[in-house]
Design a protein around this ligand. Sequence first.
Ligand SMILES: [Ca+2]
Ligand SMILES: [Ca+2]
Length: 259
Amino acid sequence: MSHPITKFHGRRIVIGLAAFLAIASLGGTGFAGPKPLKAVCGNGVAQASEACDGGDLRGQTCQSIGFDGGSLACAANCTWNTGGCLSLLRFINNGDGTLTDLDTGLQWELKDHEDGAPDYWNPHDADNTYSWGNLPGCAFVGCPNGTLFTDFLGRLNHHVSDGTNVIFPAFAGHSDWRLPTIDELATIFDNTSIACKENQACFPDEFGATSKNIFASSSTHDLLPAGTYARAIYFYTGYKPAIPVASTAFSVRAVRTAD
Ligand SMILES: [Ca+2]
Ligand SMILES: [Ca+2]
């Protein structure tokens, strides 16, 4: 006949062993060594192939993954949300009324005083328009004697020196400003810019104040008589018309090759 207390103790031992085996079979005790955790998107911990999870960005920022700056976030599917990151830098504003395009190495003139009223004392006034050439007095058909050259570029490149010291520096310290070729001008037509969508001035947003009309290039068209039509771009559509060089309707944005 068994003792009641001994019998009670035996049951406790059996129940405890069963519980141990049940837990061990779930792999949760660690007795068999750590097992890799299955990645669960949404648990706030970036695991395995998850780029991120919730607030766990793995220590990354917009800049560390190649953007200029801004706020990096994590999307619901544990991939980067770069909507708050700043786009990659293309233009540098030089702080002297110009900006430099790192893609092309061209330095562009910025415009100002966009108010519908031209001011020819200020060659940077966005509302000014000029003629290209073939005006009376030309030594050859289609010569560049329009106000683009004699007034606009003349003012930008005006430079005074006593032979040793610069008395009057040209615009932004350079006297090699020129009209862009048609291909150079086309590199800054940007129909994805906010300005283009809002008011059809299809320059990159970094360019700010501007006309949206016919911009002259230094290139002439092959329409005859040769040299009497300039190649130009309508900056509200991107269309490239041939405009008689004697027209006074040309807007202009000067360019030079950056140092
Ligand atoms: Ca996770
Ligand atoms: Ca103006």
